[in-house]
Write a protein of this length. Structure first.
Length: 368
């Protein structure tokens, strides 16, 4: 791997002094690297000096810059990228440094209302209310491939608390990855005729087994997502104004209250359909699907998200409590990406780059 010299860092700082270059950089990084450089204009010198001092102290090389202006974007991804800062120890915490996430259990509700606690450390048989084996649990995954096919729909409901994720393999082989704070109601086996229908609250990624005779339908409030065989992500948390459907592979059709929508709104891979919970309308945008599916790898990505919404998502992802005492921040919009880091590092990032001051008190984050 190559290196970036101190002279090149000086060149970078000088290049960023031109406001036109800053605009080019911000546009490029925003489009391709999903970083928020809001603090760039006011903190170029500080960031530059911090990086140079750290390089001199550690005598550690950083990545080679490319030969054109895009090298500055690559450098800023390096300089402002969270992973680099934390690996180099640039961010520090104030006061208490440990936040203990609340540990809640994943639960499985049977058709008769009985609730079972899922121990993700175990391998065991999954039984129905009559003691009949309907599937197998292997750690954080339950497979219903052993379910007996009959003509009676019997539903289970999987509930995943904040701070956890879980996998389901339905009786038809469809794979469902449930995100934190989500639940899925589904039959332990599908009927031989008719649609395969499930009911989602929260967020899940579906990899649907193709069956042209029996379409797969995900019901989310007033929206139905209908597929034959495909991969897609649905996000439908209560605090969000939209239900977002992001198509990765295949094709889906959307319908509202049982009525098919305009065929032109059907999604193709790389598109996001957003259903307005209030407007009842659907808009379609071209998106980078990886941004919307990265949560499965423990990543957090915020694109044009208000601070209040970010707090809600952080509370759900880490299962912690955050109290925002700075109401001026509530509606400010941010962009940021976090690659499987601890909550302390996320908070420290906002503190260092956006001057959002906070303390940790009684196992709760308090933003001042």
């Amino acid at each position: 791997m190559g290196t970036i010299s101190q002279n090149e860092l000086i060149e970078l700082r000088n290049w960023l002094n031109d406001s036109k270059n800053q605009s080019i950089l911000e546009s490029y990084v925003g489009d391709y690297h999903d970083l928020n450089l809001t603090s760039l204009k006011n903190n170029v010198d500080a960031a530059y000096n911090k990086v140079v001092n750290q390089i001199e102290r550690n005598e550690r090389p950083v990545k080679q810059l490319s030969p054109n202006w895009a090298k500055y974007a690559a450098a800023m991804v390096l300089l402002f990228g969270i992973g680099f800062f934390y690996q180099q120890g640039f961010f520090t915490l104030k006061g208490e440094t440990n936040i203990i996430s609340k540990d809640e259990s994943i639960t499985l509700e049977l058709d008769n209302g009985d609730i079972q606690t899922i121990d993700v450390s175990r391998i065991k048989e999954v039984k129905d209310a009559d003691g009949i084996v309907i599937g197998t649990q292997k750690q954080n995954r339950i497979s219903y491939s052993q379910a007996t096919h009959n003509e009676t729909l019997t539903f289970n409901t999987m509930r995943v608390p904040n701070g956890k994720q879980f996998h389901l393999e339905l009786s038809d082989g469809t794979s469902v990855h449930l995100n934190a704070g989500s639940s899925l109601r589904y039959p332990i086996n599908f009927l031989s005729e008719g649609p395969r229908q499930v009911f989602l609250s929260g967020e899940a990624y579906f990899d649907v087994t193709e069956n042209k005779t029996n379409p797969f339908i995900v019901n989310v409030n007033e929206l139905d997502v209908k597929v034959l065989g495909t991969e897609f992500n649905i996000s439908a948390y209560l605090e969000d104004s939209n239900i977002d459907v992001v198509l990765v592979k295949g094709a889906v059709s959307l319908s509202s209250q049982g009525r098919s929508l305009d065929g032109s709104l059907n999604l193709v891979p790389g598109q996001k359909g957003s259903y307005g919970n209030l407007s009842k309308n659907i808009s379609v945008d071209r998106v980078n699907t990886e941004i919307y599916t990265s949560w499965m790898n423990g990543h957090l990505v915020f694109r044009e998200v208000t601070f209040d919404n970010i707090i809600t998502k952080l509370e759900r992802h880490y299962n912690i409590k955050i109290e925002n005492g700075n109401k001026d921040l509530s509606n400010e919009v941010f962009n940021a990406s976090f690659n499987n880091v601890e909550i302390e590092k996320v908070l420290s990032f906002f503190n260092d780059t956006h001057k959002i001051d906070y303390i940790i008190e009684n196992n709760k984050v308090i933003i001042k």
